[in-house]
Design a protein around this ligand. Structure first.
Ligand code: KIV
Length: 262
């Protein structure tokens, strides 16, 4: 098991922005994937509520509960990665500052180093930060409240709102902010306008860092979104392995002598 003697801090992530060093963030929902992310030196690991879609098979993130998140944060934390573990706060678990603090503390008790809240929910962010819990903000497309998943910041009013939202999140004390599905030139403006790192997903190359859902990167998903780059084709490899196993069992060649105690 990895030993996190030198846990990455929010200040180190902010120093990376100052140095112009890009921040590579990935999601994880389980122990072994987290160990591998740690081996690769991933500095921030997001236990996203995207688990509702890629692990549970829901249409969207709305049905994900606190108990679901706690279960998966515990699995990720058990790998003791150096990277900062960010636990996503599910839909309707931070409707007031008080509720946000209670639920953020539960995620921290489960092993998260920080939490993520969607939207410019300034009173909630302030309250969680005041409780000593680092907050990752999230602006642009907000899957917990969007009626439709579409690119944000296309029109001037939308672009102005996005910059204002990111500034509000930074002023409220967030240590970094996710920009989801944002027109590239607006993401560039936001990145220049805020002192904290911007972590893009479908927001072009000029953010301070990038985040991908690990299933999309691995090709281990029903449908890989356009903004993701697929670095492996795990689904094809799994199909091959499952079919080969079935064939071997049916043919009586598994287990063979190597897998049998005589
Ligand atoms: O839930 C998630 O994985 C996220 C990322 C897409 C940023 O919020």
């Amino acid at each position: 098991m990895a030993v996190n003697q030198t846990k990455i801090t929010t200040s180190e992530l902010q120093a990376m922005k100052q140095r112009g060093e890009k921040i590579a963030v990935l999601t994880s929902y389980d122990f072994f994937t987290t160990q591998l992310l740690d081996e690769a030196g991933i500095p921030m690991i997001l236990v996203g509520d995207s688990l509702g879609m890629v692990v549970f098979g829901y249409e969207n993130t709305l049905p994900v509960t606190m108990d679901d998140m706690l279960h998966h944060v515990r699995a990720v934390a058990r790998a003791q990665p150096r990277g900062l573990i960010v636990g996503d706060m599910p839909y309707r678990t931070y409707e007031t500052p008080e509720q946000a603090v209670v639920n953020a503390r539960r995620l921290v008790d489960a092993g998260a180093d920080a939490v993520k809240l969607e939207g410019a929910v300034v009173p909630q962010i302030r309250a969680v930060v005041a409780a000593g819990i680092p907050v990752l903000g999230h602006v642009g497309l907000l899957p917990q409240s969007a009626a439709k998943y579409r690119v944000q910041g296309r029109d001037p009013a939308g672009a102005t709102q996005l910059v204002a939202d990111a500034r509000a999140v930074a002023d409220a004390g967030a240590f970094a902010v996710v920009l989801e599905c944002v027109v590239a030139n607006v993401a560039r403006q936001v990145t220049a306008a805020v002192p904290i790192p911007t972590i893009g997903i479908g927001a072009g190359p000029d953010c301070d860092g990038q985040v991908l859902v690990v299933h999309d990167l691995l090709g281990w998903a029903v449908r890989v979104p356009k903004h993701a780059r697929q670095y492996a084709n795990l689904a094809a490899e799994m199909r091959r392995a499952f079919a080969a196993y079935k064939r071997d069992v049916q043919a009586g060649t598994f287990p063979g002598s190597a897998e049998t105690v005589f």
